[in-house]
Design a protein around this ligand. Structure first.
Ligand code: PAF
Length: 276
């Protein structure tokens, strides 16, 4: 596996490749990332993963400085699952000057996650566009755990005519249902034991809708209560359409319930797709 920090060297390394499948990451890799890398293996002759903690998607009060950097362990894991190239630029290589040009997502970028993390999706769309321009992959793989991120990246690729097929990969979960996330590492032992309640609550929402309960706001409010009775602070829990993450009408069948909530100081997100 080649580890390449420079953009010019990366382009030279990839020039001879038939097809490139790409997995962008911020490092601190867990089995969910490795699943993305294995999925990518089936989509290209060369698999590239990037490791870059993107300052632009962190608000000043968020965990940019504290975000775990585990570069050597990450590279060992990526090599073990067949990644060919790791692109790991330093900050100066990736942002040699202040990033004045940005990719501004549409209104969806200000909803749900965007309401609680203003500017987050601008930071994500901008870094992903830059990574796409540098790596020039044929296929890029993103996890469905970050459902709204996947939708925004898909919209960006479609509306800006990027010749890249975006693959959404299933959320990897621990045996007790907790979605794998780099931020799970911040949970205390007691919080880790409580954390699966988020996924259980999403399943409860789904079960209520599938039994024919039509009042989605009432279900969302009850779900919020279930979390908050157990010391969670809920940012949002919302039933939306899979197609565009907007509120569903009576005849919409393909739904997803998305949620973000805090346990202590750790903010977890999750979602569950279902059809009715
Ligand atoms: O999902 C992530 O880890 C990040 O948002 C991404 C896509 C690597 C961009 O920094």
């Amino acid at each position: 596996m080649d580890i390449v920090p420079g953009i010019t060297d990366l382009r030279a390394r990839l020039r001879r490749e038939q097809s490139v499948a790409f997995v962008p990451t911020m490092g601190n890799l867990h089995d969910g990332h490795l699943q993305l890398a294995r999925t990518a293996r089936g989509h290209g002759s060369c698999v590239v993963a990037s490791i870059f903690v993107n300052r632009l998607q962190f608000a000043p009060h968020e965990d940019f400085d504290a975000y775990p950097r585990t570069f050597e362990a990450d590279c060992e894991k990526l090599a073990a699952c067949g990644v060919d190239v790791v692109f790991a630029p330093g900050e100066g290589e990736f942002y040699p000057e202040p990033q004045g040009f940005v990719v501004e997502p549409p209104e969806l970028g200000n909803q749900l996650e965007g309401e609680f993390r203003p500017g987050f999706f601008r930071g994500v769309a901008t870094v992903v566009m830059k990574l796409f321009n540098i790596v020039q992959p044929n296929v890029a793989v993103f996890g469905k755990k970050d459902y709204q991120q996947l939708m925004i990246v898909r919209g960006m690729a479609r509306q800006l005519n990027l010749p890249i097929h975006i693959v959404g990969d299933q959320t990897a979960r621990a045996a007790d249902g907790l979605a794998l996330s780099s931020r799970n590492g911040y949970l205390s032992q007691a919080e880790r034991a409580e954390a699966p309640r988020l996924h259980q609550t999403l399943q409860w929402v789904k079960s209520q809708i599938l039994t024919g309960m039509p009042d989605f706001p009432a279900i969302e409010a009850e779900a919020r209560k279930k979390l908050e009775q157990n010391q969670w602070r809920t940012d949002y829990i919302a039933v939306r359409k899979q197609s565009d993450l907007q509120s569903p009408r009576l005849y919409d069948r393909e739904l997803v319930v998305v949620a973000a909530a805090r346990l202590g100081t750790t903010r977890l997100i999750d979602n569950l797709e279902f059809s009715r």
